[in-house]
Design a protein around this ligand. Structure first.
Ligand SMILES: [K+]
Length: 494
């Protein structure tokens, strides 16, 4: 799903109107109808107070108000006084029997228990709103508030530090907006409302959807020699848990063989893994030998700074196979950026990225720097967070749609690295392996949170539910395929 900026949204709007032979008013009607469905589904017993602005966002609010009233749902509608209204807004004013005009000196008299619907401004806002809006926004703060398209005052594509509505749910049309992914804005929940806009090709900035389409179907004749060999390198005294979690994740990642190289103190790992230990007890000192059967490498989890010499030596003798660099490997390379190999996959959290590219004042600045670094070095960057971003060397950016705050626990990242390495080892092209691994990791976390709750779940629970995540994706692949070639395993899943 493309993530569009406001210019692209306007162009899509116009294109749809042209191709479908409709008026912009029809699109607003469609938007209001879909909003009505979504809102009454979520709040079947609610009464509503709608605040409408002068543009088309306000027009959506007016149309929704009419539809709610037609259904006999208690609704009050307020329209902001303005010298100018958009055409469709005016047309919707005519169709609505009753509404009150308000201004920032004379704030609306809201029913005490109604749900607020914010339809003041959408993506048409040119600059942030002034402080004169604070009184109104404070009046609705603390009440259940639903925003149409965008919380009013929030700019769709940039950092907003001026006042905006704090909404509980944002019902956004067609696609999420860039501003929703910035932690600074605190958008807790958004729902995408499909209003049948025409798709205009695949853009460079996408929200992950339909990840099941990326799955390979291994042959019935597959054996451990054909499903790839992953090599994981990491661990040090006091940090052996990281390599343990990565190993367990790789063992649930679908590859044929998982090999591990760690320091002498590496504890017993699951029996399925082939473990080799360094002669040095506390950290890795030697370079592991990479046999020709190894098809992907993941390095850095819990390696500590002491592993620097071995890492740099290792990077100089690498075969041309996919390489995932994580945790201490990133911290070491932050001091030797010239040693970052072209084509490598780096999985930093924001702090680790900052060590490489310098600190940023906002998520927007950090994304820009990540995009530049990926292009300049010809590398892949997986910047982890609530919406993990994958930056490709060709400028493409994918934003993950799975995952939750229950995963914000130590060890989650090690699991991602193990999983990614195993998927890459199977021969998935990098372009597919990264979204697949990142999405699966989040999906397993979502199932864990649903089953155990966000608070109590820990990183190891992501591992527990990885099988369910894989099965869910496989099931989606079976049920959405037009002419499914179903294996026994697939038939069992259905
Ligand atoms: K709005």
């Amino acid at each position: 799903m493309n993530i569009l900026n406001k210019e692209q949204l306007r162009a899509t709007d116009q294109h749809t109107i042209q191709v479908q032979g409709i008026r912009s008013w029809d699109l607003m009607e469609r938007a209001a109808r879909e909003l009505l469905k979504a809102i009454t589904r979520e709040f079947p017993h609610g009464e509503f107070s709608i605040l409408c602005g002068p543009g088309n966002n306000g027009g959506d609010g007016l149309a929704l108000g009419r539809m709610l009233k037609e259904k006999g749902i208690n609704t009050q509608v307020f329209l902001l006084e303005s010298p100018k209204y958009s055409e469709d807004n005016l047309e919707n004013q005519k169709l609505l029997e009753e509404f009150e005009v308000f201004n920032l000196e004379k704030l609306p008299e809201l029913w005490p228990d109604s749900i607020i619907i914010d339809a003041l401004y959408g993506f048409g806002l040119r600059t942030g709103l002034g402080i004169e809006w604070k009184a109104l926004f404070e009046k609705i703060e603390g009440r259940t508030c639903l925003a149409i398209d965008l919380p009013s005052g929030l700019l769709a594509d940039e950092l907003t530090t001026s006042p905006y509505v704090k909404a509980d749910i944002v019902y956004t049309f067609h696609c999420p907006k860039k501003a929703f992914f910035a932690p600074e804005h605190g958008i807790e929940s958004f729902e995408i409302i499909d209003i049948g806009l025409e798709k205009v090709g695949d853009g460079n900035y996408q929200y992950l959807a339909d990840v099941h389409l990326l799955l390979n179907q291994p042959s019935r004749f597959a054996h451990k020699g054909t499903l790839g060999q992953a090599l994981l390198v990491g661990g040090s005294k006091g940090m052996t848990g990281a390599i343990d979690l990565a190993t367990k994740a790789a063992l649930r990642g679908g590859c044929g063989i998982v090999k591990v190289y760690g320091p002498g103190c590496t504890p017993d790992l699951p029996s399925e893994a082939l473990v080799q230990r360094d002669i040095n007890l506390e950290y890795i000192k030697q370079t592991p030998t990479i046999d020709a059967k190894t098809t992907a490498i993941g390095i850095g989890m819990g390696m500590s700074h002491n592993g620097q010499e071995a890492l740099l030596e290792f990077l100089s003798v690498l075969p041309p196979i996919p390489l995932v660099l994580d945790a201490d490997a990133l911290n070491i390379l932050a001091k030797h950026p010239e040693k970052i190999p072209t084509g490598a996959i780096l999985t930093p959290h924001p702090k680790e990225l900052d060590r490489i590219v310098g600190t940023s004042k906002s998520s927007f600045e950090r994304w820009e720097k990540a995009e530049k670094l990926a292009k300049k070095k010809g590398i892949y960057l997986i910047v982890k967070g609530a919406n993990t971003h994958i930056f490709f060397p060709d400028g493409k950016i994918l934003v993950n749609s799975s995952g939750n705050y229950g995963m914000a626990k130590g060890g989650s990242g090690d699991i991602l690295t193990g999983l990614l390495t195993a998927i890459l080892a199977q021969g998935y092209p990098i372009e597919k392996a990264l979204p697949l691994g990142v999405y699966l990791h989040g999906l397993a976390g979502d199932i864990a949170a649903e089953t155990l709750g966000h608070d109590a779940m820990n990183a190891g629970d992501i591992l527990t539910f990885l099988p369910d995540a894989w099965k869910l994706l496989r099931r989606r692949a079976c049920t959405t395929s037009k002419y499914p070639r179903r294996s026994t395993e697939q038939r069992e899943l259905l």
